[in-house]
Design a protein around this ligand. Structure first.
Ligand code: NAP
Length: 312
């Protein structure tokens, strides 16, 4: 632990990579720490159609590979390590990883938020082949197909309404017999003739031969199992899961102000601790997309540079 970096970025999804790009270009000595591999959630996305300028064949991995190459070109260092604890107060911040300890004048937290999973057999096997966690990203792929939305909160109901633009029919599968979503959002769903409800139900199993073709649901009150089989003319159907998100923020809970686990920042990505910034899905914000994550990362890096300048 000899080097004190200007900036340490924790997390290498689109927010972290963009922060690293901007910090590198500003000639700040920059270290990006990622626990597994670059990319965050979007490495699970098979097509990215809504990031400005993305190629027709763009996937999460191809976009991330190009972002990563750009980051390296501008000189940011990257390391694979799992951050275990942080000391953020004071002028020099200390990050303790499993492998090493790192220090910097400024820290940008970009560890993201991950959609919660149903946890049923088959769910992960069909991500990108029927199962999705993002209607904005994937809704258009289900044009003219039957689509199911799991969950009863604001996200599930709002996204179900959005999906009616594409789907033949949208069925909301909710584990209770009343929605959690705000009344105004519920009203839109109840008034939409393309939306149906499957109450008191949970998804037990998803399966198919390549693409998603079959779903088993259980009525939690009666225990009755129901099988849904794809219409052979359709080939597949969609299951969109919106049962809440989990921000990766546990490490910072004692030190940084949050709301429901999301870090509160101002519009310059500053947290309540001087020199500590947050960017991307881990922030309290209204739209969690690659484009907003990238924008946050750019702002955080520029503000970190200004902060470091002000320390002199
Ligand atoms: P949420 O409010 O936590 O709702 C999660 C939904 O999923 C609930 O209906 C819950 O059922 C269900 N659920 C949870 N775990 C489940 C499981 N294992 N199996 C099946 N169902 C499960 O999450 P969210 O809808 O993503 O919203 C997150 C936050 O963002 C909320 O504060 C919300 O108000 C806010 N938000 C606001 C807007 C807006 O204002 N326009 C839009 C989107 C999100 P129960 O109801 O039975 O618990």
């Amino acid at each position: 632990m000899s080097k004190i970096y200007d900036v340490i970025i924790i997390g290498a999804g689109p927010a972290g990579l963009t922060a690293a790009l901007y910090a590198g270009r500003a000639r700040l000595s920059t270290l990006m720490i990622e626990k597994a591999r670059e990319g965050g959630q979007i490495i699970n996305t098979s097509e990215i159609a809504n990031y400005p300028g993305s190629l027709e064949t763009e996937s999460g991995p191809t976009l991330i590979d190009r972002m990563d190459a750009q980051v390296k070109h501008f000189g940011a260092e990257t390391v694979i390590d799992s951050v275990e604890s942080v000391e953020l107060a004071g002028e020099i911040k200390t990050i303790h990883g499993l492998e090493n300890t790192y220090q910097a004048k400024a820290v940008i937290i970009a560890t993201g938020a991950y959609p919660m999973n149903i946890g049923c057999p088959g769910e992960f096997d069909f991500v990108g082949r029927g199962v999705s966690y993002c209607a904005t990203c994937d809704g258009a792929f289900f044009s003219g197909l039957d689509t199911f939305v799991v969950g009863g909160g604001d996200s599930a109901v709002e996204e179900a309404v959005f999906l009616t633009k594409f789907a033949k029919k949208v069925t909301i599968i909710h584990r209770r017999d009343e929605l959690r979503a705000a009344k105004s959002i519920q009203e839109k769903a109840f008034a939409n003739p393309k939306i149906d409800f499957m109450w008191d139900s949970v998804v037990k199993e998803l399966s198919g031969d390549g693409l998603l073709e079959k779903m088993i649901t259980e009525n939690v009150k009666t225990g009755e199992l129901t099988e849904y089989h794809v219409n052979p003319e359709d080939g597949t159907f969609g299951v969109f899961v919106f049962i809440g998100y989990k921000p990766q923020s546990e490490l910072y809970q004692e030190q940084i102000e949050m709301e429901k686990g999301y870090i509160i920042t101002d519009e310059d990505m500053r947290t309540n601790i001087p020199g500590v910034f947050a960017a991307g899905d881990i922030r309290r914000k209204s739209l969690r997309q690659v484009v907003t994550a990238a924008a946050d990362g750019a702002i955080a890096a520029v503000q970190a540079e200004k902060y470091i300048e002000s320390m002199k």
